[in-house]
Unconditional design. Sequence first.
Length: 347
Amino acid sequence: MKGINIDNLVRENIKSLKPYSSARSEYTGDNAIFLDANENPNNFPYNRYPDPLQWQLKHKISEIKGVDPKMIFFGNGSDEAIDLVIRIFCSPGIDNIVSIDPTYGMYQVCADINGVDYREVLLTNDFQIDTDKLLKKVSDKTKLIFLCSPNNPTSNSFYRDDILFILNNFNGLVIVDEAYIDFSSNESFVPELRNYQNLIILQTLSKAWGLAGIRLGMCFADENIISLMNKVKYPYNVNSLTLKVANDSLAQSDTKKIWVKEILSERERLNTSLIKFNCVEKIYPSDANFLLVKVSNPRDLYTYLTQKKVIVRDRSSVRLCDGCLRFTVGSKEENNLLLESIKEYDS
Ligand SMILES: *Cc1c(COP(=O)(O)O)cnc(C)c1O
């Protein structure tokens, strides 16, 4: 077990913070008459504030993921967890964050908003982590390292040993964003939580579960880290409608499995069809629900597809992604439209 003194990493103002105590967190039983929170007695169940710690949903996720409920945090999307971790551990103007480039844009946006120095380390040409270069960027003020695996927008997973090497050789917290883990042929890092107290894992209901609209991000980490996140978050950060839909949807895990299977087979079909086009130069191996595709004239193809009402993501100005568009794997019908449009463009 790699232990870490989490107290030494926390900002002083957060360490001494006395959190807001909501009515619903003081009395936690049920079957009572609730006259404690100035709620309206009409319009049940939405007249009631939601459970600030979402225990019911945590128990369900606990069973699915094999993680103790006390090691789970839910946020308004993963983005809330990203922001909270930065605010808890990084003092503006003093501490810094090390991350990779290219990767998901929100890490830098949250760092910038919080006035925290964000240090990027370019991936290798095959989109892997240069661990030596990354650890050289670490200073005594580096609190967090953000990694995203499978990575957005490069679509690949990082070598497991590289992530473990970073966990072993960094005395701060390593955040591994696993938003796309359900589409991956690699194992999740969740079982490593018992070996690494400095590991924070992000997952989400936005991708494989098809619930981007309800905004439910999940964070798995050491109990002490989760307690800090609970202390700093808004008291009712996950609303009743989100909890209701999430609870109902998790009961349909067979449906989710079918969706993932379909998306993976469509990913394969897109792969074999796209590579035949003249304008397609390269398709990077994907471990996620999207393809990073190098084409001969990305701006031109992007504009053409947009006119055909097929909207893709232009990543051609991202470092190491010259000439690349990013295609989300859609439904069979949607993918056929994408393929037909590119076929027209190609001829
Ligand atoms: C889509 C995505 C997420 C999901 O964010 P939510 O706020 O949970 O919707 C997180 N990380 C990465 C890298 C993503 O691409």
